[in-house]
Design a protein around this ligand. Structure first.
Ligand code: 5GP
Ligand code: MN
Length: 339
């Protein structure tokens, strides 16, 4: 049980599911960590990555947090946000990478191969679509968030939960449960949140930063996006679009699109909400949300993406009209909203 290294230099060659204590023991032995997460990082990705950073520092480890994309302004208040690097040099200085909230190594972005070449890859994730690519995996699709899984690991490591860790983990849980509204918000999420508050997280501060400081550019974008609101399949599928021209005109940033799709899902009769964003590289980013037992991860996986039952995403080559056609066709082909 002690020897858990496969000796492979390619971290994602072998699938294993070691126990929490195996991963904790491995972390205790290693010294130089890279911590990273997915492109277009959300609250769970950022909160988990920064919490992991503080945990590793608490264990006197070296730790670097790398993110391809800028941290959205609403998350810039999180303790540790300023240490994040967006350029990755040579990775031979690292002995271990902790990859958070990623169902696939490619989610890291352009540096995925480099990150995957680090001696040992530990993947901590709660996506239904996780393909078990890592050598060491802590995966539980039943967890509310990656932050919750990290919390379990912290318990195993016996690290004290400082206020810096608490606010990051609290943020991960709040954002990934839609402020405790989704089915992922079970008693474990509430208990964890209460403990994080005991440890120094302040819910009203987190809520204000994340949900009550929208820049006007975001609201301007919301206004033009709502003009594109449309329905298909008798109103069970709702969609909105953000084009590059709309971003230019409103001076909004890509990060200001977060949450727009949830407005579409909130409409009566809508089972599946789709958000199409025209990207710079000739693709359309498609965000999918659903209600109840309607599974949109099947849809995302069909296009090479992934996610959760009620929240998934993928990218489609072509323009918005083409992406729409393909998504609507697949919704029918897969009987996503039938019955
Ligand atoms: P969002 O629509 O908020 O970008 O993403 C919804 C969910 O799908 C999140 O859990 C996110 O991690 C996941 N996701 C987003 N884009 C991709 C993708 O390209 N591939 C995979 N596998 N998952 C994605
Ligand atoms: Mn997550």
């Amino acid at each position: 049980m002690e020897t858990v290294s496969s000796g492979s230099s390619r971290g994602y060659r072998k699938k294993r599911s070691p126990m929490l204590d195996t991963i904790a023991a491995l972390i205790r032995r290693r010294r130089r960590f890279l911590v990273t997460t997915h492109v277009r990082p959300d609250g769970d990705a950022i909160g988990s990555a920064l919490a992991a950073y503080h945990v590793l520092r608490g264990l006197n480890k070296e730790a670097v947090v790398y993110l391809q994309d800028k941290i959205p302004d609403i998350y810039a208040f999180l303790p540790g946000a300023s240490v994040v690097v967006r350029r990755l040099g040579a990775v031979d200085t690292f002995d271990t990478v902790i990859l958070l909230d990623c169902s696939d190594i490619r989610r890291v972005g352009d540096e995925a191969d480099k990150v995957g070449s680090i001696g040992t890859v530990i993947n901590i994730d709660h996506h239904l679509s996780n393909n078990g690519f890592a050598e060491y995996s802590l995966i539980d699709a039943g967890a509310s968030s990656t932050g919750e899984l990290l919390y379990r690991l912290i318990g195993e490591l016996g690290v004290e939960i400082t206020p810096d860790i608490a606010v990051n983990i609290y943020t991960a849980v709040v954002t990934d449960t839609g402020s405790f509204r989704y089915s992922s918000a079970g008693s474990a999420a509430f208990r964890l949140a209460a403990e994080m508050v005991d440890r120094g997280a302040e819910p009203h501060v987190v809520a204000e930063r994340i949900y009550e400081t929208a820049p006007r550019e975001r609201i301007a974008l919301l206004k033009s996006a709502l003009n594109t609101l449309g329905f298909d399949y008798g109103g069970s599928v709702g969609s909105i679009v953000v084009t590059r021209a709309m971003l230019r005109k409103t001076k909004a940033l890509s990060e200001h699109t977060e949450g727009l799709v949830d407005i579409v899902r909130s409409i009566e009769g809508v089972r599946v909400a789709v958000f199409y964003q025209e990207m710079e590289d000739g693709t359309v980013k498609v965000s999918l949300r659903s209600k109840g037992s309607t599974d949109v991860s099947r849809l995302a996986v069909r296009f090479g993406g992934g996610g959760h039952l009620n929240a998934s995403a993928c990218s489609i080559k072509g323009d918005v009209a083409e992406a729409k056609r393909q998504i609507l066709d697949s919704i029918q082909a897969l009987s996503i909203v039938a019955g």
